[in-house]
Structures are given as C-alpha cells and as structure tokens.
Design a protein around this ligand. Structure first.
Ligand SMILES: *Cc1c(COP(=O)(O)O)cnc(C)c1O
Length: 358
C-alpha cells in the first residue's frame, strides 16, 4: 500500500523573498567542459602558499562528497544538502521558511539548545510542547501549540540530552497531520538500536532529516552536517546558503574519512558496549538515583546532588555536562560515553566521590 502525502505544498511554505531570490551565481556555474586556464574568479594564479590547490574556490555544491554520501545513505545526491555542521542547516531552515516576528516554530524541550538559539537569532516566535515524564512526545501539547503560522516542528531522536528515541508512531502521526516541515534531528542515529527515518523521505515530502559527521563519524572538528529531504527542499537550501560554505580541505578530508567506514563501525560498536557498561555500573554507586535508557553516545544520569558531583569531577579534571537546571532534568548530569580507559577513570572518580565526606 503506497501512501504518499497529498496535501503538501513546499513552495507555499517558502518565504516570498526566498522564492523570488536570484541566487549568487558562482564562478563555475555555467561551465561544464574541460578548461585549462581559469581567469574567471580573481583567484591567485600563482598558486597557494600551502600544498594543495587552495588558491582555487571549492566546489560550491560538494559534488564528490554528496556522491559518496548518497551511496551510504541510499538517497540520490540531490536529496542531500551539506552545511557547516548541522547548525548551519538549522539556521538555513529558519531563514528559508520563517518570516521573522510572524511565523512560528514548535520545540519539545528538553532538547538540543541550538533550535532555540537559532529561532531567537532569526526572531521566530517559539511555542513549547514539552516532552512527557518518559521523554516521549506529548501529541496533545503539540496539537495545542500548533498555529496556522507554524512552519517548523523540531524533533530530535535519539534526543539530546535525554538519550531516548522518540516513538515511531508519534512521528508518523505528526507527519500525517502537519503541513509544515517536520525537522527530525538524527545526530545520534548510528548509536541507536532503532532505524533511521530516511526511508520515510520517499513517503513524506514534509520530512527533513538532519545528520552529521560530528558524532559517530568522529569529525566534530571538520564541521560537516547534512539536511536530507526532497529534491525540492534541497534546492531551496542551496539557494539560501553562502556559495562556498564547505571549504576545500573539509571536502577532501570528509571524502577520505568516508572510506574508513569499517573503523567507524568498530568504534561505534565499542562505544555502544561501553554505554551498556556504564548503564550497568553507574546505578551501583550510592549517589546515582537513576540512569535513563540511551540510544546515543551519552547517558542522562539523575544524581542526589548533580552540581556537587559536577564540581568534584571537574576538580579531578573530568568534565561532564550539568543539565540540572533544564526542564525535566533536575539533578541530572549528561555524561558522554568515553573510551574504555576514560570510563575506567570516570567510574573510579565517581566511587571516590561516593566515599568522600560532604
Ligand atoms: C551534536 C549535535 C548536533 C551536531 O551539530 P554539528 O553542527 O553537526 O556539529 C546536531 N544535533 C544534535 C541534537 C546534537 O546533539
């Protein structure tokens, strides 16, 4: 049974100024053949002081990188938008679809902080529909937050900072009933026991999936994030981005890294094992109240006194994230799963914390 969402019209969601935008045409746009001499872009014809062709502008559409990613993701290259981290994708979604001061976004806290920051940055009113006590979506709250001016709903699965995946059926319900864009952030999907929503892109033109090379791929320093969606959506984001948003070195290094998928899979397997180890070991410590189930490479841990523990670990040189002041996360620390040796040390430091006088 093929069910394709009928009522969705992406063009009517795009801001009018973006729809009418004549994008900056880059130096090599109208050239496909084989040229020898490039005197069109005011580059330095003498060369670059670094090894490599850094005197030339990079491919503005990152063709090779998208080609390789398309094989990994099982999508066509023109369904892939690349940004300077997912953070650029988040910002561009606001800029392409939300009229400042007028259009709205729904966020489901506690969740990744950049959605809120980017909304504020773009002056987009936020309606909150907090997660329930088990960190799942509250569909009724989302229904109440909906407005004719709601353009985007941001969801994160596995969710940061709670670590859990959102129910498949809830996401499906929203996709079937919402005529704006559902942006699903899958930054941690490779650590999850649940599958990606990528196959859903064929069915739902209102679905945008964010993924990144920053987490399981181990390339946070490189800054490559992606928005996966319909060809039409990717075309819009391409019009809005800065022409050369991904540098030459980044494109080359990312291409190299994508060949090392075996290494990455091995590390992912180890990190998931280590997560399970910490899930078992942490609750044995007296100061730990609860370890929440995680599909990511971190654990949300409720402590008796989170701030005290946070400061104790900090004095020993171990930094975790204090999430104790955010909604539904009272007394919680968010602890990234380390390497096996780092986790040994963490557990040692935490047991010394438990037995320390306070
Ligand atoms: C870490 C993280 C990202 C990654 O952002 P980049 O800009 O790609 O490094 C995106 N979303 C969530 C929820 C994250 O936790």
């Amino acid at each position: 049974m093929e069910k394709v969402k009928q009522s969705f019209d992406l063009q009517s969601l795009v801001r009018e100024n973006i729809r009418n935008l004549v994008p900056y045409s880059t130096a090599r746009d109208d050239f496909q053949g084989m040229a020898e001499i490039f005197l069109d872009a005011n580059e330095n014809s003498m060369g670059s002081p670094l090894p490599g062709n850094f005197n030339r502008y990079p491919d503005p559409m990152q063709g090779k990188l998208k080609q390789k990613l398309s094989l990994i993701k099982g999508l066509s290259p023109d369904q892939i938008f690349l940004g300077n981290g997912s953070d650029e994708c988040i910002d561009l979604l606001f800029r392409a679809f939300c009229i400042p001061g007028l259009d709205q976004v729904i966020l489901c806290p506690p969740t990744y902080g950049m959605y809120e920051v980017c909304a504020h940055l773009n002056d987009i009113p936020i309606r909150l529909a907090p997660l329930d006590q088990s960190f799942q979506l509250d569909l009724e709250a989302i229904g109440r937050a909906l407005d004719p001016r709601t353009k985007l709903i941001f969801l994160c699965s596995p969710n940061n900072p709670t670590g859990n995946s959102l129910r498949y059926s809830d996401i499906e319900t929203i996709l079937n009933n919402f005529d704006g864009l559902l942006v699903l952030d899958e930054a941690y999907i490779n650590f999850s026991r649940h599958r990606s929503w990528i196959p859903g892109l064929a069915e739902y033109p209102n679905l945008v999936i964010l993924q990144t090379l920053s987490k399981s791929w181990g390339l946070a320093g490189l800054r490559v994030g992606m928005a996966l969606g319909s060809v039409e959506l990717v075309r819009i984001l391409n019009r809005v981005k800065y022409p050369y948003n991904i540098g030459q070195d980044t494109q080359e290094l990312a291409l190299e890294a994508l060949d090392r998928v075996d290494q990455v899979n091995e590390w992912t397997r180890i990190l998931v094992q280590q997560r399970e180890r910490l899930e078992q070991e942490l609750p044995k410590l007296g100061e730990v109240v609860q370890v929440y189930p995680s599909d990511a490479n971190f654990l949300l841990v409720r402590m008796k006194d989170a701030q005290d523990c946070y400061r104790y670990l900090m004095r020993l040189g171990t930094i975790v994230r204090d999430r104790s002041r955010i909604l539904l996360c009272a007394a919680c620390l968010r602890i990234t799963v380390g390497s096996p040796g780092e986790n040994d040390l963490l557990l040692e430091q935490l047991s010394s914390y438990v037995s320390s006088p306070r």
